[in-house]
Design a protein around this ligand. Structure first.
Ligand SMILES: NC(=O)c1ccc[n+]([C@@H]2O[C@H](COP(=O)([O-])OP(=O)(O)OC[C@H]3O[C@@H](n4cnc5c(N)ncnc54)[C@H](OP(=O)(O)O)[C@@H]3O)[C@@H](O)[C@H]2O)c1
Length: 273
């Protein structure tokens, strides 16, 4: 359920790809929009298309891989109480691997995919909880649970987004603020090329259009999902994965080490003690 009172949706990375589709879909639902990105020409194009749905649209140029850019968007989010919907979407990839990696590029990616996402999420959570309404959509990736498929740094940023979202959902329970995290597979946007990956390397049956992805994510949102995996045929598979993870919980922090690590006098539990 999208917040019922007319409100503004702040979408980061709205100049193309997934963010531009969110702009179209949220405008169709009657949200005014604040579109954030670096490319003002493309932001303006997306804004003009969204305005055709009769909503007010504003663009804001900000580089979210830089502190100053993050701070400007955070300040707007903090001060503008018409904003009740955050699509925390902007993100980039980088060529895979750590050996000979361009560390500055990785750091910029972490700044955008982790720092900006966290600052915006924290600001939105604080203000929306105080207002008693709002929704936060965080864009993760299927790679959050499959680092072996691509790269530990990018997938690590997306695992961060997943963890952040799960804990935000818990923290915001009872506040009337929704949190959704979306884990897309490979989506046909400029993302892969920008990340230095070969988009043609993926079979067509692995790739989804951004329109299909966002429509599925919004259907998941409407259905009340916290975790949405647009291409996963059976959500019971995710539930089983998650249940297995949670089963570990009680045994991950104990007074004694496990018996397989036991040495004489080491304080291992020696079994089921
Ligand atoms: N495409 C995929 O296969 C895929 C799969 C799973 C998850 N995702 C995630 O989905 C999200 C959107 O990706 P996409 O596929 O739509 O990619 P995209 O087409 O490359 O779009 C990325 C968006 O992020 C913005 N952006 C990039 N760097 C930025 C910066 N420093 N400051 C502010 N905005 C910046 C870009 O706008 P400007 O260039 O105007 O700044 C653009 O609007 C990302 O978080 C990505 O990790 C994508």
């Amino acid at each position: 359920m999208v917040p019922s009172v007319r409100s503004t949706a702040l979408i980061t990375g709205a100049s193309g790809g997934i963010g531009a589709v969110y702009a179209d879909r949220l405008a169709r639902r009657g949200h005014d929009l604040l579109l954030v990105g670096r490319d003002t020409g493309r932001l303006t194009q997306v804004a003009h298309a969204a305005m055709r749905h009769g909503v007010a649209v504003e663009t804001m140029r900000a580089d979210l891989a830089e502190s100053a850019g993050i701070q400007r968007v955070v300040a707007r989010l903090r001060e503008d109480d018409t904003i009740a919907f955050l699509v925390n979407n902007a993100g980039v990839g980088a060529p895979p691997g750590l050996i000979n990696a361009d560390i500055d590029r990785l750091e910029a990616m972490i700044m955008l995919n982790v720092t900006a996402v966290t600052r915006l999420a924290a600001t939105a959570a604080t203000r929306f909880a105080a207002a008693g309404r709002g929704a936060i959509v965080n864009m993760s990736s299927a790679l959050a649970v499959l680092p072996e498929l691509f790269d530990g740094v990018y997938s690590g940023t997306k695992a961060f987004v997943l963890n952040l979202s799960l804990s935000m959902h818990k923290e915001l329970a009872g506040s009337n603020v929704r949190v959704q995290v979306v884990l897309p597979g490979v989506i046909r946007t400029g993302f892969l090329t920008n990340a230095g990956a070969d988009g043609t390397a993926f079979p067509a049956e692995m790739m989804m259009d951004a329109e299909t992805m966002v429509d599925a994510a919004m259907a998941g949102f409407d259905a009340g999902e916290v975790v949405t995996i647009p291409s996963l045929p059976d959500m019971a598979d995710w539930d089983a994965y998650n249940a297995a993870r949670l089963t570990l919980g009680p045994n991950l922090s104990r007074q004694y080490s496990a018996s397989r690590y036991a040495r004489a006098g080491s304080g291992a539990d020696g079994g089921d003690r």
